[in-house]
Design a protein. Structure first.
Length: 168
């Protein structure tokens, strides 16, 4: 048999091994999402076009970003230990990253300000593209982490139940 085809015994061993090893893939995907969120954070907040970025909306965005990073870090630690309910939190965080694309980056990209009688885009095309890519990669990593964690937790729960039935 090919070494790439998993037998039923290999699958059983793989599931049983989950009881003893950490779910590092899901955790690392959360860290990847945090990294790209930091890239977005730095990209956005180093922009300085007149007074556009000195608003309550930007202040709220900074607070949201800090809370987001804390929550995703907490989730990364919990998905590492196969906590199924954190899949929902990670999924919600991923969806929020997609929603964020339409808040500040899109509005800033579509806004033109007159500075010293010259029209200037608040966010140029290249910066907007980078901001969108950072948020999309962050969202994708979170959504993949959530789905993978949920799938692995479900498989582990089923495996543990089957072990309890055979031991009973």
């Amino acid at each position: 048999m090919s070494r790439f085809v998993k037998t039923e015994e290999d699958k059983l061993i793989s599931r049983d091994r989950m009881r003893f090893v950490k779910n590092s893939a899901c955790s690392n995907l959360c860290y990847l999402a945090l990294l790209f969120d930091v890239f977005y954070f730095v990209l956005l907040y180093r922009q300085d076009v007149a007074s556009y970025y000195y608003t309550v909306q930007i202040g709220a965005s900074i607070v949201y970003n800090l809370v987001f990073m804390l929550i995703v870090f907490m989730c990364s630690e919990n998905v590492k230990h196969y906590h199924k309910n954190y899949s929902y939190v990670v999924l919600a965080a991923g969806i929020m990253q997609i929603v964020r694309i339409f808040v500040i980056p899109t509005r800033a990209h579509n806004t033109v300000m007159v500075i010293k009688e010259v029209e200037q885009a608040v966010m140029d095309d290249w910066t907007y593209t980078k901001a969108v890519v950072y948020l999309v990669v962050s969202a994708a990593a979170l959504i993949i982490s959530a789905v993978l964690n949920y799938t692995r937790c479900t498989a582990l729960e089923a495996h543990v139940k089957s072990l309890e039935k055979t031991n009973a």
